[in-house]
Write a protein that binds this ligand. Structure first.
Ligand code: MF3
Ligand code: CO
Length: 263
């Protein structure tokens, strides 16, 4: 795994601001009747006007700035002209390069009024992300993050998607280590200051595999159950995890107090 210097983390923090602001520019438009292609255009303009470059567009041939994944689509949905409907959920995944460094984030949104079960799926997935971030501490192991995420999801009766994983991020969009959203606490590489991780739990309502459609990207659950995805880019520091894609990028010292082992 690649450890970044503080000066590199500072640039990643700037990339993450652009990325977050671009997602925030999209948020007010996530409404019944808007198409994901329209959302994509807003995001692309927001990234470029801030001096960034859309990280997904052209990555292994992906054709757009956003991944827009509706209902049973877990990840990698391609924006299209179809209008969103009342009761849909839509995951929006966005990546930005700025001065040679990447940021990556995702959230799942409700379109109009959604079912109670869908709402719970969104809440649990987001909570699992923060449970993982709380374990992103110097001296902990990668498996501590994975296990914390899995615990929250399974305690709620939902299913951890296995086919996609979180990852290191930096000058490359995907760096080692790969980070599954399931695993055993106390296993895996020890976390060190300067490691930056894209932590991204993907959750389905019930046990399922994931398929890939003929477009070679869109990844729906095989059993059609709804899926959600939340992601932050997080820098590990001795002062606690820095959530670079959050509005407040300061290290969460309260997490560091929680349980640093051997540090
Ligand atoms: N957040 C996703 C990831 O980490 C997005 C990749 S989409 C792609 O891996 F189009 F760039 F592949
Ligand atoms: Co990612």
């Amino acid at each position: 795994m690649i450890l970044k210097r503080p000066s590199e983390i500072d640039i990643m923090a700037e990339a993450a601001v652009i990325n977050r602001e671009a997602l925030e520019a999209v948020e007010p438009y996530i409404q019944v009747g808007v198409s994901t292609a329209e959302l994509n255009k807003i995001a692309e303009d927001a990234i470029i006007s801030r001096g960034g470059k859309p990280a997904f567009k052209g990555y292994r041939g992906f054709p757009a700035t956003l991944c827009t994944s509706v209902n049973e689509v877990v990840v990698h949905g391609i924006p299209n002209g179809q209008p969103l409907k009342e009761g849909d959920i839509v995951s929006i995944d966005i990546g930005t390069f700025y001065r040679g460094y990447a940021a990556d984030m995702a959230k799942t949104y409700a379109v109009g009024k959604i079912s109670d079960k869908a709402k719970r799926l969104l809440d649990v997935t987001e909570n699992s992300l923060y449970a993982g971030i709380e374990k992103a501490l110097v001296g902990n192991r990668l498996g501590d993050i994975s296990a914390a995420i899995q615990n929250v999801i399974e305690a709620a009766g939902f299913w951890v998607i296995r086919e996609f994983v979180g990852h290191g991020i930096g000058a490359e969009f995907h760096e080692s280590p790969e980070m599954p959203n399931y695993g055993k606490a106390g296993t895996g590489p020890v976390l060190r200051p300067g490691l930056v991780l894209a932590i991204e739990p993907m959750v389905a309502e019930s046990r399922t595999k994931v398929r890939i459609l003929k477009d070679e990207w869109t990844a729906p659950t095989a059993n059609k159950s709804l899926a959600a995805h939340f992601e932050h880019t997080v820098a590990i520091s001795k002062d606690g995890p820095r959530i670079l894609t959050a509005q407040d990028q300061t290290p969460r010292a309260e997490y560091a107090l929680g349980g640093v082992r051997g540090a």
